[in-house]
Design a protein around this ligand. Sequence first.
Ligand code: HEC
Ligand code: HEC
Length: 322
Amino acid sequence: MRSTLVIVLVSLVACSRPADNAAAPAYGVNPQIKMNGPLIDAKMTMVAAWEFPKNPINDKTLDSSKLSEEIKRGFRLFTNTPGEAPDLVGGQMSCTNCHLNGGQRERSMPLVAVPGMFPEYNRRSARLFSLVDRVVDCFLRSENATGKGVKAEELPARPEVLAIAAYLTWLSKGAAIGVQPAWRGKNAIDAAALVPVEKFDLAKGEAIYTERCVTCHAADGQGVKIGDKIAGPLWGPDSWNDGAGAARVYTLAGMFKYSMPYLDPGRLSDEDAQHVAAYIDSKPRPAYPGKDKDYVVEKLPVDAVYYTRPQANAPSSVRGTH
Ligand code: HEC
Ligand code: HEC
């Protein structure tokens, strides 16, 4: 199964290479890749997984200045986080595993023009967050930096964090400040389609996972190598920790609902996406030590299944006992 998948993908990618006489594509992507503005179209399949519409490594507008070098470093960090920042990543997640195509894919939590929206109020911490604060939070939680004993206060000044902020800001060159990008916030399940927390069906989630996800993510959730690409671990010690956004079932469902399964993106129903997300978030993962400082002012969301405090409306079976 695995070798078949690799062959299919490699041939798809090979025949999508541009012809020599093809018109110069916008944003440096080959013309076979459908774009929506600066982003890879949400309907593109995994053939587009290797594309970066804006790629600082080969962008001719960047020179050899310190800033240009840091933008390039930020891109390398974003696309190979465990390899480039080994002492800040307590597992195997790369930013690009969740923010696909280097943060340049539609409905995959794209980050183009998002820097212009910061500082912004952060509900979990109940204070204003700068772009750097937001990147730090993704390190602490999605990247499980706390698993490496990294102290939150040290992170804002770390060159790795600043380099990623430089890359994200460069991606957003020319975007208006304070204007919500049209593609932001499109990774949520519609409120009307939310399954109540007590109705999450883990057995159903597991069955859908086995049918639709296992070829690429593997039975143990650790990912299958496809060419030089491997998805990040969906659970276990190398995955995101239990204080991450992805550790919330509705957030996780919205995260992959529009991009997975990667050969048929958007195919899962809203309901099925939530059962699979509940299954993934029922699995063990590293503990975030700062959970008691989250949602102190704002209400604890009902889908924050790993928090031990009682949630409004949540039955005891989902109070962080997974
Ligand atoms: C496990 C998946 C995952 C990984 C890995 C991850 N993120 Fe995120 N990121 C998220 C989720 C979920 C959100 C919140 C989206 C939401 O609020 O709806 C988010 C939000 C963000 C935002 C704010 C986006 C916005 O529109 O407000 C930034 C910036 C960001 N991440 C940067 C990063 C960086 C940099 C890395 C790597 C150091 C990273 N992320 C790694 C899942 C991830
Ligand atoms: C054809 C292969 C393929 C299939 C099928 C697939 N995925 Fe993925 N998935 C990937 C790849 C590859 C990535 C990482 C993308 C990257 O880094 O560019 C990914 C990323 C993810 C992520 C982001 C976090 C992480 O650990 O990388 C989640 C969550 C996810 N997939 C869930 C699912 C679910 C749920 C299904 C089934 C409904 C599914 N995927 C089916 C290939 C696949």
